[in-house]
Ligand binder design. Structure first.
Ligand code: ADP
Ligand code: ZN
Length: 736
């Protein structure tokens, strides 16, 4: 019988079933492989019903004569992988051209299977912190425990020591000092049932109409994709929670994907207010104990609602009744390392295979989703107005040519005035700049030298608080040099352009009395810090927020009335086909933080291109027209979503090897009606982590699948040197 192993083989291997062992597809087993025992899953025979379309299925390994088959060693005491998940693994593997075993590995989470969930682990005791000695090592242990969402997750001694980078003795010493205590981890109590009738909201007629439709979709127990759109604050979340309530009432499980689960403290609180308990949470930083418990609770059906990151798609739901993708336009749903897949698109597939509805939610839906609505494949439900009479903020472009900042500064006097006004009224203001650090470039005034990453085609970004230059691509850091590394001129290095740190510095000088809070991923390590920052803003302990894209998330800040976008043009450069769409989505989301309660909101976009369609769309609040314009630009050249794209990224140790391999791929390139190959060309990030990179782009008309073409293409290329790597990216989002 076929057994799929979590390794990059072309398909399942055949094993013999020992006498007396009843095995079915989905069973988790131990099998011998190269004299070792490996975990695998009994897979379905090829050609089973509702299998893959033939053009998605990859090659299968040749069959082995029956007499030579090795027997399965043992059947493990692990819940069976449901058929809908097995089909999903096959589907993702076929679609992304990934060996199915590697996709299975994401579903298996081997460490989630080994052994039963442990009985107890360490949590912070909350006492003795005043008297006990807190060494830096001990502080790290406490920090690791605090880095989880909500209550501490009990962690075993070895795991805690590893995560904190300390010896096991440190953990034991802390227990003796009373800083840690043992807590039982019981599976049953970990996931109490959410109560669909706990606190039922009174919906507006608009919301109720949408909710009624959604309930109907859930009760129909069929696949249907739907878009729920509507301006920020119109109650989309409120409305889809009703779909979850209906799913619970049906006795089925629901899955909600959020783009950044670490930043979802407010979402979790809302869920708890609505349903009386917290949902199960799933993301890649979950402690291994928590992971084990959650995986089994999903498989056993005890975890009724899971909210998670992309990888939650691969959980073994036995009875999935609803999938929700919130902020469906977010690029964070595209996984770029390991198996390259788009979680929004795969969520639709997951729902179809589970015969459940899927709901895509956004105030600024992606063009992909709008095209599916247009084509009649998805339904569309819209909420037109903000809840409770809150008005949308007014958005104005602030032309920096007419109202320039002072020399060496980045905030226009107009923006400063508006922020000061808001704060004088006792309201809050926010400055948004989507760039971490102090300055994106350090330049020598004497010789013009620019400080570059030694491993990447990228400038180093100054982080002044850490006194470092850092590469945002590979993580390389070095101290800020005292003199120019090229001409040795002392004191000649100057920062060029702003990052959020530099804006903060300027804000501190401009508003010396304001209570300022900085929100950036590197200043708020972990979900607890983000949740605390959000609480401080919501409770008016802050006057001015300066932040990167993390301030754009779905936060509800009732006192915030002014949003200033420091550089609205920032995302528009580069050759990215979705640059304009993405800028509109991001800036609209930022703008949506303003004026969510009684006081009206105002948004100022600092720009050198006030007539750019992106600025005009934001000012007019007319996204339908903007998206139609985008569609009109992409349709003729069959750019997505009107055509299909796949990228091949060649990387090698030397530029010569990269060029040779790229040229070989270019010579074997497919051609034909509706099929086109662009490149090879150096990638914009021509060197990344010391590897030299070239790109090719396959573009086809929408009705032509790229997978079989790619498979034949790669088969035609003569064997490449081992040091050359070719990565396939289906539906690429990043073009770097
Ligand atoms: P969106 O997801 O569209 O941005 P939310 O669902 O977050 O909108 O709603 C915005 C705010 O209005 C939230 O604070 C929410 O609790 C509140 N709200 C929306 N609809 C209702 C309702 N029917 N009853 C009570 N509060 C509501
Ligand atoms: Zn680098």
């Amino acid at each position: 019988m076929p057994v799929l192993l979590p390794y990059p083989f072309a398909g399942a291997f055949d094993y013999a079933r020992p006498n007396g062992m009843a095995l079915e597809p989905g069973d988790v087993v131990l099998v011998p492989l190269n004299r070792r025992a490996e975990i695998g899953v009994v897979w379905d025979a090829p050609g089973t019903p509702d299998g893959l379309p033939a053009d998605l299925a990859g090659p299968r390994p040749p069959p082995v004569a029956d007499g030579r088959l090795k027997p399965v060693d043992a059947l493990l005491d692990v819940p069976r992988l449901p058929a809908s998940l097995r089909r999903f693994v096959d589907w993702v593997a076929g679609y992304t051209l990934t060996p199915p075993g590697l996709v299975l590995a994401m579903a298996l989470r081997i460490n989630a299977l080994q052994g039963q969930p442990p009985a107890a682990g360490w949590v912070r005791s909350g006492s003795n912190t005043a008297t006990a000695r807190i060494t830096p090592q001990r502080a790290r242990v406490l920090q690791v425990l605090a880095a989880e969402m909500g209550d501490d997750v009990p962690r075993g001694t070895a795991e805690l020591a590893r995560l904190a980078g300390v010896g096991a003795g440190v953990v034991r010493g802390m227990a003796e000092a009373g800083l840690l205590r043992l807590q039982q981890t019981r599976v049953a109590s970990a996931f109490a049932d959410p109560d669909p009738d706990h606190v039922v909201p009174l919906l507006s007629p608009d919301q109720e109409a949408a909710a009624a439709l959604l309930r109907g979709l859930v009760q129909a127990r069929r696949f249907q994709a739907a878009l729920l759109d509507g301006v920020t604050g119109s109650g989309k979340t409120e409305t889809y929670l009703e779909a979850i309530a209906a799913c619970l009432a049906e006795g089925r499980q629901a899955l909600v994907l959020l783009p950044e689960i670490a930043l979802s403290a407010q979402w979790l609180q809302r869920f708890e207010r609505r349903f009386g308990v917290l949902p199960a949470v799933w993301h890649s930083d979950l402690g291994s104990k928590r992971r084990r418990i959650t995986w089994r609770a999903v498989a056993g059906g005890e975890a009724r609602v899971v909210v998670g990151a992309r990888s939650a798609l691969f959980l073994p739901f036995p009875d999935l009744g609803l999938v929700v993708v919130d902020e469906e336009h977010e690029t964070a749903f595209k996984q770029e390392d390991g198996v390259t897949y788009h979680a929004r698109d795969m969520a639709v597939v997951r729902a179809r295979l589970a015969q459940a509805p899927v709901l895509l939610v956004s105030a600024t839906p992606s063009l992909e989703t709008l095209a599916n609505v247009e084509g009649g494949r998805y339904r569309r439900l819209s909420l037109a107005v903000r809840h409770a009479g809150a008005s949308l903020p007014t958005v104005a472009a602030l032309d920096l040519r007419d109202h320039p900042p002072e020399r060496g500064r980045f905030l226009s006097p107009r923006l400063i005035e508006a922020a000061a006004d808001a704060m004088r009224r006792g309201e809050q203001a926010m400055l948004f700049l989507n760039r971490r650090g102090y300055a994106p470039l350090t330049l020598c005034r004497a010789c013009g030298h620019r400080i570059q990453c030694p491993n990447c085609t990228a400038w180093l970004v100054e982080h002044r608080a850490r006194r470092q230059l850092a590469c945002h691509h590979c993580g390389h850091t070095e101290p800020v040099p005292a003199q120019c590394p090229a001409c040795q001129a002392p004191g000649s290095l100057v920062p060029i352009g702003p990052g959020v740190e530099r804006i903060t510095e300027e804000a501190r000088e401009t508003f010396p009395d304001a209570r300022i809070l900085v929100m950036a991923s590197d200043t708020l390590p972990g979900p607890h810090a983000a949740a605390e920052a959000v609480r401080r803003i919501a409770e008016r302990e802050v006057d001015l927020v300066v932040g990167t894209q993390i301030v754009a998330k779905g936060w509800h800040f009732p006192g915030l009335t002014l949003v200033g976008v420091v550089d609205a043009d920032l995302g528009l450069g580069g050759g990215d086909l979705r640059a304009a769409e993405r800028t509109v989505q991001l800036l609209h989301q930022v703008a949506g933080r303003a004026g969510r309660a009684e006081a009206p909101g105002q948004v100022l976009l600092q720009t050198y291109n006030p007539t750019h369609p992106v600025m005009q769309a934001l000012v007019a609040g007319d996204f339908d027209a903007f998206m139609e314009r985008e569609a009109a630009q992409r349709r003729p050249g069959w750019w997505p979503p009107f055509g299909r794209l796949a990228a091949l990224i060649v990387s090698a140790d030397t530029p010569e090897a990269a060029d040779a391999a790229a040229a070989a791929l270019g010579r074997a390139a497919p051609a034909g009606d509706g099929v086109q190959v662009l490149g090879p060309a150096p990638a914009p990030l021509a060197i990344l982590r010391g590897r030299h990179r070239r790109r090719l782009l396959l573009r086809t008309r929408r009705e032509i699948a790229v997978q079989p073409i790619l498979r034949h293409w790669l088969d035609r290329v003569p064997a490449l040197p081992r040091s050359v790597q070719v990565d396939v990216d289906i539906d690429p989002v990043s073009f770097l």
